[in-house]
Design a protein around this ligand. Structure first.
Ligand SMILES: *[C@@H]1O[C@H](CO)[C@@H](O)[C@H](O)[C@H]1NC(C)=O
Ligand SMILES: *[C@@H]1O[C@H](CO)[C@@H](O)[C@H](O)[C@H]1NC(C)=O
Length: 328
C-alpha cells in the first residue's frame, strides 16, 4: 500500500485524453494510498516515472477553464504535502509563424504564461493585456535546459516511446496514433471558416494549394515532432481567430494558446507542456488531439526522469524556494 507522503511530483492533465496518454507512459501504476484528505474531490492516478513517485489529476469533464484548474491544483497540494514540482500536461492550439515552424503533434514547453484576459479594457482603446504570471520552479527550468541539450546532441526518441506505450496499451492505438501527415494543413490567415458552418474545411474552404502556407517536409535531421520553448497564452476563451493569433505571436512571442495555465501558475508554479492539436484558427481539426496528448506525455516523462530525486522534499511548492523563478 502506498503512502501519500511518497508522492513528490504532481501532474495535472487538462483532459481525459491527456490522462490516458500520461498513464500509458508510467513505468509503474500504484494502488490508491489509504489516506486522502476529506473533501478532496479530485480523481487521482498514482504511479512512477523511473524512481519518481507521481500523482496525476485531471480536470472535470466540460469544465476545463482556469478556475477549475486552480481548484484541482489546490486540492492536490493539500492532499499531497510533499509534492514540490508540478507539471501541467495538455493540448493546445499552436501559433505558427515564420520564426516558429510549429506543426501538429509538436510540443510547446512554457517558460512563461501570458494571461491575455488579465487586462484592461479602456473606453475607445483596444483591450490591453497586463498579465505575465509566475515562472516555473528553478529545478524544472534547469531540467528543461539539460534535456534540451540532450535532444540537441542525440535527438529524442518519442516515436519509439509512443510505440512501446501502444504495445503495452493496444486499445489506445486507434485514437492516439499519428494521423496521416496530409491532414496537417495550415490555412493562410485570411481564409476563414465561418462560425456555424457545419461543412468540412475541405468542402467549405477548399483544398487549393494556394490556400495553404507552404511548408517543406521535415528532414531526418529535424526532430519530429519538434519541441518549442517559449511563451504560452492562456485565457478563459478559445482562440479561433488567425488574425489575433498572428498579432499575439508577433507582439508577445506567443507559441501556443490554451485555457488552464493562467489558473495554475500563481497557486501551483508548474511547467506547462502542450501538444499541438490545431492552429488556433477557425478551421477545426480534431484528428490530432490524441497524438498531441501522446507527444506531450512523452516529453513530460523524459523531463521528469531528468529531475533530481529529492528524498525528503524539503522545498515544497509555495516555500521560499519556489520564489526562485528563472527563464531558460
Ligand atoms: C474544454 O472544454 C470544452 C467544452 O466545455 C471543449 O470544447 C474543449 O475542447 C476543451 N478543451 C480542452 C483543451 O480540453
Ligand atoms: C484547438 O485545441 C484546443 C485544445 O483542445 C481547443 O480548446 C480549441 O477549441 C481548438 N481550436 C479549434 C479551432 O479547434
Amino acid at each position: 500500500m502506498s503512502d501519500r507522503n511518497m508522492y513528490t511530483i504532481g501532474c495535472i492533465c487538462a483532459i481525459s485524453a491527456g490522462l490516458a496518454a500520461t498513464t500509458a507512459f508510467l513505468d509503474k501504476i500504484h494502488e490508491e494510498p489509504e489516506y486522502i484528505l476529506k473533501g478532496d474531490s479530485n480523481h487521482y492516478t498514482f504511479g512512477q516515472f523511473g524512481k519518481h513517485h507521481v500523482v496525476l489529476a485531471v480536470l472535470p469533464k466540460g469544465d476545463n477553464g482556469t478556475a477549475s484548474a486552480a481548484a484541482v491544483a489546490t486540492n492536490l497540494r493539500r492532499s499531497f504535502p510533499n509534492v514540490w514540482v508540478g507539471l501541467m500536461i495538455g493540448i493546445g492550439g499552436g501559433a505558427p509563424s515564420r520564426k516558429h515552424d510549429i506543426r501538429l503533434g509538436d510540443v510547446v514547453v512554457s517558460d512563461s504564461v501570458f494571461g491575455y484576459d488579465f487586462g484592461i479594457t479602456t473606453q475607445d482603446q483596444p483591450f490591453r493585456t497586463t498579465g505575465s504570471l509566475n515562472k516555473p520552479p528553478l529545478a524544472l527550468g534547469t531540467a528543461v535546459s539539460g534535456l534540451k541539450a540532450h535532444y540537441e546532441m542525440r535527438g529524442h526518441e518519442f516515436q519509439d516511446a509512443i510505440k512501446s506505450a501502444f504495445t503495452k496499451n493496444p486499445r489506445l492505438r486507434k485514437k492516439y496514433q499519428r494521423p496521416d501527415q496530409c491532414s496537417d494543413k495550415l490555412y493562410n490567415s485570411d481564409i476563414v471558416h465561418p462560425d456555424g458552418v457545419d461543412m468540412s474545411c475541405a468542402s467549405h474552404c477548399g483544398m487549393d494549394p494556394s490556400f495553404f502556407v507552404a511548408r517543406s517536409p521535415r528532414t531526418t535531421d529535424d526532430d519530429d515532432p519538434a519541441i518549442h520553448y517559449g511563451r504560452i497564452a492562456s485565457a478563459n476563451q478559445r482562440m479561433k481567430d488567425a488574425s489575433i493569433r498572428d498579432r499575439l505571436s508577433k507582439e508577445e512571442d506567443v507559441l501556443c494558446f490554451e485555457m488552464q495555465a493562467a489558473g495554475l501558475m500563481n497557486s501551483f508554479p508548474c511547467l506547462i507542456v502542450q501538444g499541438i492539436c490545431n492552429y488556433s484558427d477557425s478551421h477545426a481539426n480534431k484528428d490530432w488531439k490524441g497524438y498531441a496528448a501522446m507527444t506531450a506525455a512523452a516529453y513530460a516523462k523524459d523531463l521528469i526522469l531528468r529531475i533530481r530525486e529529492r528524498k525528503n522534499a524539503e522545498n515544497k511548492i509555495g516555500d521560499s524556494n519556489s520564489g526562485q523563478f528563472i527563464a531558460f
